[in-house]
Design a protein around this ligand. Structure first.
Ligand SMILES: Cc1ncc(COP(=O)(O)O)c(C=O)c1O
Length: 392
């Protein structure tokens, strides 16, 4: 059975060109880029190429890129790296709808004695910029805000946020794990100090990511060892993964228009088709600018997990967009923060597309879902909660 994969915010397939590009580094080009001999040294230039490919995607300088193991590490290095560099500052501002790589980290920092403000969002998933500005104080070490929400695709007004932070001379970290490759980003024209990205969200392998650190901003490493990555991130570089990330960045650069147009059209087709065939469908974040590939809906009166299981049996992969906590069905913290009632949030399903999806796939999904929705409506009257699926 061919899979219809609509869970690209969770992870993406590795692009064939990326696979091709990294294979030589699993075979003959296995040297250590830090080695003094030619065999290792020849590999170093491929790190430089990958850094340049990423810098071109982001509109920054290659030396502003630090390779990491992924989005989570980038978020940790950004936040803890800034805090360690400015130990006298003890206040952090973030939002209630961040990915757990920022949210849980900030909750932990709060337990460790930092003062953390978690900005609220309105029913469209937007923060109040005045609220952000009012919360900035002398003691503020960092503002950490995501660019695009992984569950709803809602975009925060990063340009305005960056202006506020710049005016108050507070470093801004942007978790752009879901934004990179889906919307144009130009760090040359937006005053962002740190930006996180992850390879496996842009058709590179899992286990590699990067942190952009603006020239002049001081951060401390959070792990200790060698001099790699200019001392910001010690450890032998995973060359095949980094080469793959560079190639994926180059491809993403070329695909941005496709994301903005064809992928957006497919998403809109899915949205319109579902809204037209399912009564009481709620589109979450519909009042906000959103990523072109993401659709988050609530099937009211239906357990989203049950619908996902039936979809899964038919070879269709999507996710609930909610987190798994201690084997308990927990509605999404993002939807709850947007004021979606718990009973409605239980019906959440996130569809996230990529350049590899086709119109035929969307037609197939639109053909099948209304029937599955009816089935779950009938079943859910009597059924017990269904086993939870985790959404990254
Ligand atoms: C917004 C956001 N930030 C951070 C991460 C973590 O990235 P990684 O899986 O590479 O650790 C994710 C992953 O889903 C994400 O969506």
């Amino acid at each position: 059975m061919a899979i219809i994969y609509l869970d690209n915010n969770a992870t993406t397939r590795v692009a064939p060109e990326v696979r091709e590009a990294l294979l030589p580094f699993l075979d003959e080009l296995y040297g250590n880029p830090s080695s003094p001999h030619h065999f290792g040294g020849q590999v170093e230039k491929y790190l430089t190429i990958a850094r340049t490919q990423l810098a071109e995607l982001l509109g920054c300088r290659p030396k502003e890129i630090t390779f990491t193991s992924g989005g989570t590490e980038s978020d940790n290095l950004a936040i803890r790296g800034v805090l360690a560099a400015r130990p006298e500052k003890r206040h952090i501002i973030t939002s209630q709808v961040e990915h757990s790589a920022v949210l849980v980290q900030c909750q932990e920092l709060s337990r460790q004695g930092y003062h953390v403000d978690f900005l609220t969002v309105d029913s469209d998933g937007q923060i109040d910029l005045e609220d952000l500005e009012n919360k900035i104080q002398q003691d503020t070490a960092l503002v950490s805000i995501m660019w695009a929400n992984n569950e709803t695709g809602v975009l925060f007004p990063i340009e305005s946020i960056s202006q506020i932070c710049k005016a108050h001379k507070v470093p801004l970290h942007v978790d752009a794990v879901q934004a990179v490759g889906k919307i144009p980003i130009n760090l040359g024209s937006t005053h962002i100090d740190l930006l996180s990205l992850s390879g496996h969200k842009i058709h590179a392998p899992k286990g590699v990511g990067a942190l952009y650190v603006r020239t002049g901003l001081r951060i401390r490493p959070i792990t200790w060892g060698g001099h790699q990555e200019r001392g910001k991130r010690p450890g032998t570089e995973p060359v095949p993964l980094i080469v793959g990330l560079g190639k994926a960045a180059e491809l993403a650069h070329g695909w941005i228009d496709e994301e903005q147009n064809r992928v957006r059209q497919l998403r809109d087709m899915l949205e319109t088709g579902l809204a037209g065939s399912i009564a009481n469908l709620q589109v979450n974040g519909a009042g906000s600018p959103r990523l072109p590939n993401t659709l988050n809906v609530c099937f009211k009166g239906v357990e989203g997990e049950a619908l996902l299981l039936l979809m899964d049996q038919m070879g269709m992969a999507a996710s609930s967009g909610s987190a798994c906590l201690a084997d308990k069905l927990e509605p999404s913290h993002v939807l709850l923060a947007m004021g979606v009632p718990e009973s409605v949030a239980q019906g959440a399903v996130r569809f996230s597309l990529s350049r590899y999806n086709t119109e035929e796939e969307i037609r197939e999904v639109l053909k099948v879902i209304p029937g599955l929705n009816e089935k779950v409506l009938q079943l859910s009257k009597a059924a017990d909660p269904v086993k939870k699926m985790v959404s990254p």
